[in-house]
Design a protein around this ligand. Structure first.
Ligand SMILES: [Ca+2]
Ligand SMILES: [Ca+2]
Ligand SMILES: [Ca+2]
Ligand SMILES: [Ca+2]
Length: 541
């Protein structure tokens, strides 16, 4: 390991409001139409951190905590019923060749179900000011996403598609920290819209964790900004999802942090970030896999936030078994310690546009050809408008079952930068080889890997001999397509504030009264956030 450049000269003040910020690269895009009309508290975005919600603890239908009313309002069911159709942006399902096909976006409707949570609570506890990161270990442009900090704790208590205690209900109102009392597969029929100022803490799920299967999720920056943290979650869309839609679609807003998220089987994009304005995103330890090709459109996805600077980071992540767009990359971004495996037509697409400039740090990545990969396609779509600082990127193109790549030196017609752009970087930069090992070990919802990710990692480890572009998820031959995911048993949380009794006792907190929004060690992370981090071995536990 060696130390990367970090935080060097990054202009953090360049937020949505800063008109002086230079425009990011953009393709031909249309503004997604948001008709969200929630009257829940809107935490205004300040700087790049986004807003912080405020409130006590609420469980599915029952309320805990509370305190003197201080004027803050939490997003409850009664006030959220006006939420209408939320737009999701998706590129049109252009078929066939990807490069030289201008991506366009269309706004499609995704319906948000009405929140069923009956009660809300307020609290007078002060919201800690300023911690710094989404969680200890958060990196990249989205690292200061505050998610649901200070908001309600919502317990997901069942695997239902909708209704009280469901994931859909949990994310249907802003200012929430979502914890799981059950593990398993949540089969959804319509898309889930994730509202703003939310932390979905998949790491709290017992058993085998949470898989969302059947359709996709949309994050469209309602209520004035995205500010969403998603961790340790599997989103597997598949053949029955909405035609022309993405498994995960981010179409508006700033501050998104995805950590250990496994995303697969998009019908359009698998992970698409496409719209304007979008800014400040991080994806770390994620897997973007197996865009399904039933409409001849198997893609990893678009990474083309725009409208401000469109800044994004892809860190220690894996793109695997996507025919094209691994990803299609535009804007100001860093792609660090990540792995591409078994694309077919196009690996990393460098802009593929002459309308707008991209500036990228491409550092410590490994491009590994698989059975489906056409020759000389690890990097495509280069133009002089794509500026790249490349360092320590490797390519293994011989499909011989052994990792024996060589240093990548040919960046085709891209413009080469002599020094890295002043982007956040990572705390511990890995070599490309070590990055590959790290991805094999940790990428995706890896607390417990499911059968799909196990298959994908096995393919990667074949170094060229296994892997395919699938028509649908049926092709994997996995029982139920997503395998079995154990429900597990949650720890006892008597006061329902998101922190188990035992852990509270150890920390000197009160297991019989909600104290999730406090900050007993005054480090800026709320008590419940401390717990969420401890589960995954972060912070002061
Ligand atoms: Ca090889
Ligand atoms: Ca508790
Ligand atoms: Ca407590
Ligand atoms: Ca704290």
């Amino acid at each position: 390991m060696r130390k990367a450049f970090e935080y060097a000269g990054l202009t953090l003040a360049c937020s949505l409001a800063a008109s002086a910020c230079s425009s990011g690269d953009s393709g031909t895009q249309t503004l997604p139409t948001s008709t969200t009309a929630s009257t829940s508290s809107t935490a205004s975005s300040t700087g790049i951190t986004g807003g912080q919600g405020q409130g006590g603890s609420v469980t599915d239908g029952s309320v805990t905590g509370g305190g003197a009313t201080d004027g803050s309002v939490t997003g409850g069911g009664a006030t959220d019923g006006t939420t209408g159709a939320a737009a999701t942006s998706s590129s049109t399902a252009t078929t066939g060749s990807d490069v030289a096909t201008g991506a366009t976006s269309g706004a499609g409707g995704a319906t948000s179900t009405t929140a069923a949570t009956a009660s809300t609570s307020t609290t007078s506890e002060p919201i800690p000011s300023g911690p710094p990161l989404a969680f200890p270990g958060a990196e990249g442009f989205g690292r200061e996403t505050s998610g649901g900090r200070g908001g309600e704790v919502y317990h997901v208590t069942n695997l239902n598609d909708s209704g009280a205690g469901s994931l859909r209900d949990a994310v249907s109102a802003p200012n929430r920290i979502v914890v799981f009392d059950v593990g398993g597969v949540i089969n959804i029929t319509t898309r889930i819209v994730v509202h703003s100022n939310i932390y979905v803490a998949g790491q709290t799920a017992p058993g085998g964790g949470i898989t969302v299967y059947g359709n996709g999720i949309a994050l469209n920056g309602d209520s004035g900004g995205g500010n969403v943290i998603l961790r340790y979650l599997r989103v597997r869309m598949g053949k029955n999802g909405d035609s022309g839609k993405d498994a995960v679609s981010i179409s508006l807003g700033e501050n998104y942090m995805f950590d250990h998220v496994s995303i697969s089987w998009g019908r359009d994009g698998t992970l698409d970030v496409n719209g304007t304005p979008i800014d400040l995103l991080s994806f770390q330890e994620c897997i973007v896999s197996q865009g399904i090709n039933s409409s001849n459109h198997s893609t990893g996805g678009l990474m083309q936030p725009s409208g401000v600077d469109g800044r994004w980071s892809m860190i220690r992540s894996l793109y695997i078994d996507n025919k094209t767009r691994n990803p299609k990359a535009r804007g100001k971004h860093e792609f660090i310690n990540s792995v591409l495996y078994n694309w077919a037509e196009h690996g990393y697409i460098m802009g593929d546009t002459t309308s707008g400039t991209s500036e990228a740090n491409l550092i410590g990545n490994y491009f590994i050809y698989g059975p489906s990969s056409n020759s000389d396609t690890h990097i495509t779509g280069t133009t002089e408008f794509f500026h790249v600082y490349p360092e320590d990127n490797w390519v293994d193109s011989n499909k011989n079952g052994t990792l024996d790549g060589s240093l990548l030196t040919d960046y085709k017609t891209a413009s080469l930068a002599d020094s890295p752009y002043a982007y956040p970087g990572v705390g511990a930069l890995l070599s490309a080889q070590d990055a590959l090992s790290h991805v094999i070990e940790h990428a995706g919802a890896s607390l417990v890997r499911d059968a799909v990710d196990e298959l994908l990692i096995d393919q990667l480890r074949s170094y060229g001999t296994q892997g395919s572009i699938i028509d649908t998820e049926d092709d994997n031959g996995i029982a139920g397509n997503v395998g079995s995911v154990e429900p597990g048993t949650p720890p006892t949380d008597s006061d329902r504030d998101g922190m188990p009794d035992d852990w509270e006792a150890d920390r000197g907190l009160d297991p019989s009264a909600a104290d999730d929004t406090g900050d007993d060690d005054s480090d800026g992370y709320t008590n419940v956030e401390e717990y969420l981090s401890c589960i995954v071995g972060e912070g002061d536990c």
